[in-house]
Design a protein around this ligand. Structure first.
Ligand code: SF4
Ligand code: SF4
Length: 387
């Protein structure tokens, strides 16, 4: 087998091999998904970047729009736009324009309170995109989450259900798989994915990849710290899992968000960047970099806003396993109490300040000297008891 390591992917002559490959494999491969085996045959390790498609292939892509870049999402068999819509805030005008411009993947969660708005905005265009539903909570509640979602979005199925894993050692993957299989049999969902929603990203990634039950992985992936998770993503790609990134621009100065997205997309480790987008200007800027996403086009140079949490994970030293990063994210990025509250309440009580022993280790280790303890207390006071 040819070498599939990321290190060697940097020398991949993508234009020539891609062109040949697409011509050779054509729409048949795109319709059924591009397998790593086929790509290995032609020496292509950077399979998430496709620079040219045959016209037949274009016809097989949902909501294909000329100029938009698409990527095979591993063994999900979907060809997805390299920018996708997510987040717990939703702007109808932006969403409509994104679909018009060829975006074909939308993410939602019952807890986000934006699902109703997603239906109002895109209800008549639901056939133009795939819907990824996040499930937070117990395995046995997956069916309830799915039913609530389907009722709200007025559809009979979603494409992907992304099971949230926050920490290692507690998930019964056999149970997840058997529960999902029942739901799949009922026709309500087609593909099982996983969301690594945690402070221990590489460890959890390794565990969920090893579980071998997920076709897609959605994880935090930040260009400035990409080395921390590159090996895991390479492993996911080797197993032909689709890769999606979130929180890609967390802690990045506003002017550099486009560059962060471009960098995340540039080396092919990430099929699509999931992004909350709240203005047309932002959307256009991100679409531009998604369209131009080609290998090595962008550098990793982004300036950092050191007054907010950069999700570096140094506060992982917390002996009480408090979800510091997630709470800091709520405190930093949510302008509305309702949005912050719904996200905050997804965090188990034992992972909030309720369990803090005031050891101070988090603040000692935080390279940005953030007032973590104070923030944890005020987050709890504000959002735990809000009506
Ligand atoms: S002060 Fe609290 S949150 Fe910070 S490390 Fe100690 S127990 Fe964890
Ligand atoms: S150490 Fe500080 S900057 Fe790093 S994740 Fe924790 S709170 Fe954020």
């Amino acid at each position: 087998m040819n070498n599939t390591s990321h290190e060697n992917s940097q020398n991949f002559p993508k234009q020539i091999n891609r062109r040949k490959f697409i011509k050779q494999v054509g729409s048949a491969a795109l319709g059924t998904g591009l397998t790593l085996g086929l790509l290995d045959i032609i020496g292509c390790t950077n399979k998430n970047i496709i620079t040219e498609l045959s016209s037949e292939s274009k016809n097989n892509i949902k909501n294909y729009v000329d100029g938009m870049a698409y990527s095979p999402l591993g063994k999900t068999n979907l060809m997805v736009s390299r920018l996708s819509l997510g987040g717990d805030r939703w702007d109808p005008i932006v969403a409509k324009r994104a679909i018009e411009m060829g975006v074909n993947l939308v993410h939602g969660s019952v807890g986000y309170k934006t699902m109703e708005s997603q239906v109002e905005t895109l209800g008549d265009q639901w056939d133009k995109f795939w819907y990824v539903l996040k499930h937070t909570g117990k395995v046995e509640d997956m069916g309830k989450t799915l039913d609530r979602c389907l009722k709200t979005i007025k559809q009979d199925h979603v494409e992907i259900m992304a099971f949230v894993v926050r920490t290692t050692g507690i998930t019964d993957y056999d149970h997840v798989k058997s529960t999902f299989e029942k739901l799949k049999k009922s026709g309500k969902v087609r593909t099982l994915g996983v969301t690594v929603h945690t402070k221990t990203v590489p460890e959890v990634c390794r565990e969920v990849i090893a579980a071998d039950i997920f076709d897609m992985i959605l994880t935090m992936y930040q260009p400035a710290k990409k080395n921390a998770i590159d090996k895991e993503l390479a492993l996911a790609i080797k197993k032909d899992m689709g890769t999606m990134s979130m929180k890609t621009a967390q802690g990045v100065a506003k002017k550099d968000i486009s560059n962060a997205i471009a960098t995340a997309l540039a080396d092919g480790k990430i099929c699509t960047v999931l992004k909350q987008i709240l203005s047309v200007e932002e959307l256009d800027a991100y679409l531009k970099v998604a369209r131009e996403s080609q290998y090595n086009k962008h550098s990793n140079q982004v300036s950092i806003d050191t007054s907010v949490c950069g999700a570096c994970g140094k506060c992982l030293v917390c002996p009480q396993n408090i979800e510091i990063q997630e709470i800091m994210r709520c405190a930093t990025y949510y302008k509305s109490n309702v949005q912050a509250c719904s996200t905050y309440r997804e965090i188990p009580g034992a992972a909030t300040v309720e369990n803090c022993i005031n050891c101070g280790q988090c603040e000692i280790n935080c390279p940005r000297n953030l007032p973590i303890c104070r923030t944890l207390v005020s987050a709890h006071e504000k959002w735990k008891y809000i009506a």
